[in-house]
Design a protein around this ligand. Structure first.
Ligand code: UDP
Length: 357
């Protein structure tokens, strides 16, 4: 390749949160870093668009809330953004009523019409009748829609992402630190890459044939199977489809996310983005809002991959691609797509901070 800047010694292919974190670390360590991003802008699926009519930050690929208990990851991202103190709460609609997730005293008491004390929750939920009723109402339908298969066929660790508590804490995450970047996610990515040693080139996709063009390493965070032309077959993903609407009302649902847990409702959740920035009083007060219905979809090549479908077959396929990748000693693969892992944003940052550079 003759159009590579000869002073760049390393390549970061893919400018999602893992790629941008690595790029920044490399630049700060003195490397000249070329960043290639196949889309028109960095940020991966955390990318947002601010609606010019309402000033609302729309999460273009579904809601993203930064949350972590990893102090190192938290301190790292805070070098590039302030957080607004938003704490994520998720509500669930079932049977025409609205409940607080996660599974805790607020939900249990409302659902069963009881007034349990914290010390009574464990015994109450150990009754199979109660636990099945909760599972059927809040998890069975949602999980079947989300994954396109019954809950019995998915990794139990996925449902365990949702906490189980015996108190009134309705915070969706157990993580100590959380929030939304005060001036938006795009600004965070802009600042991560704003370094004299980093050159960003958008609209440029990495191919395995480019591997010899850089004297140093190549840090790749696209899909691992795509990198090798799907030669062993495509890894299975779940995809999503979003229907976004601007409405002429100030507040549609009174909160940022409502899950629709019944199998009959075709979408899994509705996002209402203005609630992520309660500190923007003028945006909150405007008589307009933006909502987005999220529909899960089976993935096929060409669609956006969102969630890896971890099972025995995909593990075997992944292993073959990893063996292929290992033949290239200069190639480091990371991120949700590259690792084929259900990473949250903070886990992508933590993983990028641990890569030896
Ligand atoms: N889940 C569910 N009902 C809910 C919320 C979550 O059954 O109301 C299950 C579902 O299988 C989902 C998993 O828990 O895929 C993890 O949920 P989470 O909210 O962490 O998913 P994400 O926001 O990453 O899509």
């Amino acid at each position: 390749m003759n159009d590579i800047n000869q002073t760049d010694d390393v390549l970061v292919a893919g400018a999602g949160i893992w790629g941008c974190t690595i790029a920044r670390r490399l630049a700060e360590a003195g490397h000249r870093v070329a960043v290639w991003e196949k889309r028109g802008a960095p940020g991966g699926n955390v990318r947002c668009e601010t609606d010019s009519e309402t000033g609302i930050e729309v999460h273009a690929y579904g809601s993203h809330i930064f949350h972590t208990h990893d102090r190192e990851a938290w301190n790292f991202v805070r070098r590039f953004t302030e957080f607004n103190g938003y704490q994520h709460k998720v509500l669930a609609r079932h049977g025409g009523k609205t409940y607080h997730l996660p599974l805790g005293l607020a939900m249990i008491n409302k659902f069963f019409g009881v007034e349990l004390e914290p010390g009574e929750v464990a015994a109450f939920m150990s009754d199979e009748k109660h636990s099945s009723a909760i599972f059927d109402a809040f998890f069975r339908g949602y999980t079947s829609k989300q994954w396109g298969r019954p809950p019995e066929d998915i990794d139990p660790a996925i449902i365990k992402r949702v906490p189980v508590r015996s108190n009134y804490d309705t915070n969706y995450f157990n993580d100590y630190w959380q929030g939304i970047p005060s001036d938006g996610y795009n600004a965070l990515f802009g600042r991560l890459l704003d370094h004299p040693y980093i050159t960003l080139e958008t609209g440029r996709e990495f191919s395995i044939d480019d591997i010899g063009s850089f004297p140093g390493k190549v840090y790749y965070s696209g899909p691992i199977d795509a990198l090798f032309g799907y030669r062993f077959g495509a890894l299975p993903w779940r995809s999503l489809r979003f229907e976004t609407e601007r409405l002429d009302i100030a507040d549609f649902q009174g909160t940022s996310v409502v899950n629709y847990t019944e199998a009959e409702v075709p979408y899994t959740r509705i996002h209402e983005f203005k609630h992520y920035h309660p500190e923007l009083k003028d945006v909150m007060a405007r008589p307009k809002t933006i909502i987005c219905r999220e529909y899960p979809a089976e993935w096929k090549p060409g669609d956006e991959p969102y969630y890896p479908v971890n099972n025995r077959e995909s593990a075997e396929l992944l292993e073959k691609y990893r063996e292929e990748a290992a033949k290239h000693p200069n190639l480091i693969i990371g991120g949700r797509l590259g690792q084929y892992r259900y990473y949250d944003m903070d886990q992508a940052v933590s993983a990028a901070l641990k890569v030896e550079i």
